[in-house]
Every structure is written in C-alpha cells, then in structure tokens.
Design a protein around this ligand. Structure first.
Ligand SMILES: Nc1ncnc2c1ncn2[C@@H]1O[C@H](COP(=O)(O)OP(=O)(O)OP(=O)(O)O)[C@@H](O)[C@H]1O
Ligand SMILES: O=P(O)(O)OC[C@H]1O[C@H](OP(=O)(O)OP(=O)(O)O)[C@H](O)[C@@H]1O
Ligand SMILES: [Mg+2]
Length: 409
C-alpha cells in the first residue's frame, strides 16, 4: 500500500505522506483507496499534481504555476460561474450594478462587460475559478465562499474583496442518519464520544470538501475519520452503506430531510455566500486590475447598501427647517443615513411666497418601514411617499481602504 501511495504521489514530503496514510481506507477497498489518493492531493496545492489515468499510466497535469510572477497578457480577466446555482444570480447582481455581461451565446465561454474596457469575462466552473486565480490565469472572480475556502486552502494569494454579496447563501454542515446508531447523537461531543470509531473502523464521511472536513475534525480532536469523495447526491451515501456521515452544503435542508438525515448542532463547518475574490499578485502586478477592482467594488457596495433601504418623503407643517428637523430627530427610526434632509415647500398666499410646509427626505431600512411611517405620522407627517433606492454611494467604499491596507498600499 505504501509503495502505491509513493508511486501515486511522488512529490509529497514524508510528512504529507504520513498524514495521507492516517486516512487510508481498509486495504480491501480499492475504490476507497483511489478516493483517498484523490483526497490526499487536495491537501496542499502543488505546482504539479500526478493523476491516475484510465490506463493507470501516470499523467502530469499542471494546475498551478510556481513562483510569484504572473503570466504575461494585457487583458484583465474576470471568472464567473458557468453553471449551477451561482451562474444566473451572479449575472443578475452585475446587471443590478449596471455591469451587463455581453455573451454572444450561452455556450460561449468568453464575454465582455462593455462598461469595463480591457476586461475579459471567462465562464468557468466555480472550483476552476479558484484554481485559475491561483495559477494566474484569472485575476478576479465571483464564487461561493465555500469554494474559495476549500480550493484556496488558505493560499495567501487569494483576497476576498467583498465577503457578503447576499446571494448563494448556504452552510457546509455535517449530517448523520436520524435513526439507528446515531439516534441519540446530536452534537460533535456525542459523536467524538461514540466508542465505535477506532483506527480500524473510522467514521466514514462522504464529502466534496475534504480540506475543510479534515480541518474541522482535527479542531474537534476527532482522530478516527476517513473521507471519500463524490461529485453529487451525497445524501444517498449513508443509506447505500458507503458512508456513516456526509459533509455537504445545505440551504433549505430539504435534501437532508428527504434522505432521513439530520444536522449535528455544532456541526456547521462554514457559513457561505457569494464573494468577490481577487489574486493578490494580479492586484499588485497587473496594470489596471486595481482600478477595475475599485470600480466593481464601488458598484457592488452602492447597490447592496441600497437594496435594504427605501427613500421616504413626507410633508410636515412647521415654523422652520430646524424645528421640523428637531421633531424628526426625536424619533428613533427616522435618523436616516446622515440625518434628515428638510426643504421648504413654497406656496403663494395673499400675494406672498411662504413656506408653511417642509418636505422631509430620509432613507429607512426596509424592515423598519412601517415603524418609520407611524413615527412620521405621530410628529405631523402627511402625504408619505415611499420609493426604492437604487444606489447609495458613500464618500468612499468602506471595503476599499481595507483592501489597500491588506495589500500594503
Ligand atoms: N443548497 C446549495 N447546495 C449547493 N450549493 C449551494 C447551495 N446554495 C448555494 N450554493 C452555492 O452554489 C455553489 C454550487 O454551485 P454548483 O452546483 O454550480 O457548483 P459545484 O456543484 O461546486 O460545481 P460542480 O458541479 O462543477 O462540481 C456552492 O459552491 C455554493 O456556494
Ligand atoms: O438544503 P437543500 O436546499 O436541499 O440543498 C442542498 C443540496 O443541494 C446541493 O446539491 P445540488 O442541487 O447542487 O446537486 P448535487 O448534489 O448533484 O451537486 C447540495 O449538494 C445538497 O445536496
Ligand atoms: Mg452541485
């Protein structure tokens, strides 16, 4: 077995190989051995990985370039998910930011955003976006945090520019059968304390997230665990007898329930949503990447900030703008973003231009709308108009200085 590992993974250090053998499957299961081998080479990103081809001949695949130089090209490249749950929502988010992705037809993998010159959009599967950011073949990308964390494996070249794009929400969670052996197991403590799991009989976990899985079990001091990988429908693995538990993404929880599985209380490995990610090397070394990142970030922040707010305009009788403002500011839900804008509403009475009324403009969180309307009425507001907000541009995008600081600029 050891020699097979050695021949499969010639570039691993002895330390990496010994951590690999800690999760080796029972010798009788050659299929598990293969999945373990695949899992092992996801432990640490390497410049070159060795794969087992159909004819068992070793083929060399270059996934990452070594060194800190970036590939030479003049265009800036943005990776967007080509398929799956994130694809349409990413395009919709960009459209909401007035960044329309122009794709000639859905099977063409390259596109452009006319508003951003010198930018190429490349549609890729989410995990390939992360891989290509690391290899320098993409500069920027939109993916789920789960994918960045799993496939980025803590690589410092990946920088999360915007960490909360408010779509693709899900969590990576450990799930076990509701009944049988696990009927009374509800926490990680319960699981760790089960006497069943030994070196010879490890807990078998089916997952596409072996890097995060390893980290999570290690953090919980759980030694006897073995991972196997599959590309989908993991929820079937326990019922098929292939695994004891699964580590997979959950959003509504329906798939777990329909397959008689339950989440473990403290078994959430990661909360995930869409993120905007960049290669540090590209930001620093490639001309124009920092400027485009700034523009995309500003648009994202302005849009996402506005989504949760309404503009509310109300008329209010008063003796002066200050007096009306004081009344508005006496109400807890009417502070707006920077206090109220109060403007006189002029009318002509007995030949004179007078201002008996004032228009009050505030932004209120959507959730607080009705409360705000009630408070406006209680201080004499009438004719309340509510309209959606499209963008809120701050003096500076809040995440921008953080990004520059992180880059040492
Ligand atoms: N319920 C969910 N299940 C899976 N992914 C979800 C869910 N909700 C949101 N997501 C997000 O969508 C992404 C999955 O998209 P998709 O299914 O296209 O990718 P994938 O399955 O990783 O790719 P591939 O099919 O190429 O392996 C996840 O990485 C996650 O960020
Ligand atoms: O909590 P829920 O809303 O039920 O969603 C969770 C399911 O969705 C995902 O699978 P997907 O639909 O991507 O299919 P796959 O398993 O083939 O990847 C994920 O892998 C879970 O199986
Ligand atoms: Mg999927």
């Amino acid at each position: 077995m050891e020699s097979l590992f050695t021949s499969l993974l010639p570039q691993y250090t002895p330390k990496q190989l010994s951590s690999a053998s800690a999760v080796v499957a029972p010798p009788s299961l050659s299929i598990s051995l293969l999945s373990t081998a695949i899992h092992v080479h996801s432990v640490k990103p390497l410049a070159t990985v060795t794969c087992l081809s159909a004819s068992a001949v070793h083929a060399t695949v270059e996934n990452e370039r070594a060194g800190s130089r970036i590939p030479k090209r003049s265009e800036i490249r943005l990776g967007l998910p080509s398929k799956g749950r994130m694809a349409v929502d990413t395009l919709d988010l960009l459209k909401d930011c007035q960044l329309h992705v122009k794709q000639v037809n859905p099977r063409q993998y390259v596109a452009e955003i006319p508003q951003l010159s010198n930018l190429e959009v490349w549609f890729q599967r989410p995990k390939d976006i992360v891989r290509k950011l690391l290899s320098g073949d993409l500069d920027l990308g939109f993916v789920g945090l789960d994918t960045v964390t799993e496939h980025g494996q803590g690589n410092e070249d990946l920088i999360i520019v915007h960490d909360a794009l408010e779509y693709g929400d899900c969590h990576l969670s450990l799930a076990i059968p509701q009944l049988g052996l696990f009927e009374n197991v509800n926490s990680m403590k319960d699981l760790v304390e089960m006497p069943q799991w030994t070196k010879e009989n490890p807990l078998r976990v089916a997952t596409g997230f072996t890097y995060l899985g390893h980290r999570f079990f290690r953090e919980h001091g759980f030694k006897h665990v073995m991972f196997s990988t599959a590309d989908g429908a993991l929820e079937a693995a326990p019922a098929m007898g292939i695994a004891d538990a699964i580590l997979d993404l959950v959003s509504s929880g329906t798939t777990l329930k329909e397959n008689n599985l339950k989440e473990i209380e403290d078994g959430t490995v990661l909360e995930s949503q869409g993120v905007f990610v960049a290669s540090r090397r590209s930001l620093i070394q490639r001309a124009g990447v920092l400027d485009i990142t700034h523009e995309i970030l500003e648009r994202l922040e302005a849009h996402l900030r506005a989504v949760g707010q309404f503009t509310v305009v109300a008329n209010m009788r008063g003796s002066s703008a200050e007096e009306v403002a004081a009344r508005v500011l006496s109400q807890p839900s009417l502070f707006g973003l920077q206090g109220p804008t109060v403007s006189p509403v002029f009318c002509k009475r007995e030949g004179k231009v007078v201002a008996d009324y004032y228009a009050v403009v505030i932004c209120v969180p959507k959730k607080a709308l009705y409360e705000s309307v009630k408070q406006l009425r209680s201080i004499g507001g009438s004719g309340v108009l509510v309209s959606p907000l499209t963008y809120i541009f701050d003096e500076e995008s809040p995440r921008w200085p953080k990004l520059l600081g992180g880059l040492g600029l």
